[in-house]
Design a binder for this molecule. Structure first.
Ligand SMILES: N[C@@H](CCC[C@H](N)C(=O)O)C(=O)O
Length: 277
């Protein structure tokens, strides 16, 4: 099977062009291929597929094989893949995801994709729809327990669930212990992604992420969007800010007029290869 590794801010996935390849069991393939010792090594698997309702369809699977509704970094990489492989010459592409249709806008200079801007749609703030078992809208400062301590979380769905926790120093925080514990907290019927965030100033946020199904990654696009929304809801930042992720900066904006969240950042090829299942 022909496969391509790509990364967006170090959030790396294996991409399969399903116009040419057939993936019978994406759950097992995601688990095997993502393994950094026995497989290729990635945060998961992304399938680029035909679609009737939009230009293309994306399905994404975390490293543990669980399917996620949406992936912000992968959506930028899919845009670059489609453009660079000539699957479409549109500079604005509609992409069907498990969280509905997203619009990808390529910023191409001299034939090179410099960045991709994604309209991530409206955030979901109603607790039971995120879903988190907290009957509030929005869910701000809700208590959650991890490793014998109580934390306060703001919950946001960008199609997938996120619990955002403000901490004094995200860099020294126990993301692995606390993240892994909150991911599977029974408050979250579909588990959750966890963002640990330090507000640097009103336009700069430091964020580390524990991703549902993949563990700590270098970046999470939906997580960055959820974090910006959560930080605005807490009155701690402007509606546009730079999120400093382990893998680099991502600009996120929550537009007051449309209520849509936009993220803009890089997408890069790593390599093409062939994989024997
Ligand atoms: N890294 C992604 C999110 C991938 C899915 C997530 N782990 C989930 O299960 O919801 C991003 O860039 O958004």
């Amino acid at each position: 099977m022909k496969i391509t590794k790509m990364q967006g801010l170090g959030n790396d996935y294996i991409y399969v062009n399903c116009f040419e390849e057939t993936v019978k069991d994406p759950v097992t393939l995601a688990q095997k291929i993502s393994d950094r010792h026995f497989g290729v090594g990635s945060d998961g698997l992304v399938l680029i597929m035909p679609c009737e309702e939009a230009d293309f369809r994306m399905r994404m699977f975390n490293a543990d094989g669980s399917e996620a509704e949406m992936c912000g970094n992968a959506s930028r990489c899919v845009a670059k893949y489609i453009h660079d492989r000539g699957l479409s010459n549109k500079e604005e592409i509609s992409l069907m995801t498990g969280a509905g249709i997203k619009i990808l806008k390529l910023n191409v200079k001299d034939g090179v994709t410099e960045s991709v801007r994604v309209d991530m749609g409206e955030p979901e703030l109603e607790g039971l729809k995120i879903p988190v078992n907290v009957n509030a809208n929005p869910v701000i400062g809700a208590p959650v327990e991890a490793l014998g301590r109580e934390y306060r979380m703001t919950c946001v769905s960008m199609g997938n669930p996120h619990a955002v926790i403000f901490v004094d120093d995200a860099d020294s925080f126990d993301v692995h212990g606390v993240g892994a514990s909150i991911e599977v907290n029974p408050l979250f019927p579909r588990k959750t992604n966890v963002e640990l965030v330090t507000v640097k100033d009103r336009t700069h946020l430091r964020m580390r992420v524990w991703e549902r199904g993949s563990g700590e990654t270098l970046a999470c696009g939906t997580g960055a969007c959820a974090t910006l929304v959560a930080t605005v809801l807490n009155g701690l930042c402007e509606r546009k800010a730079v999120l400093e992720l382990n893998g680099g900066p991502l600009t996120v904006e929550w537009d007051a007029e449309t209520n849509h969240v936009f993220q803009e950042g890089p997408a890069a090829f790593v390599f093409d290869t062939e994989y024997e299942e």
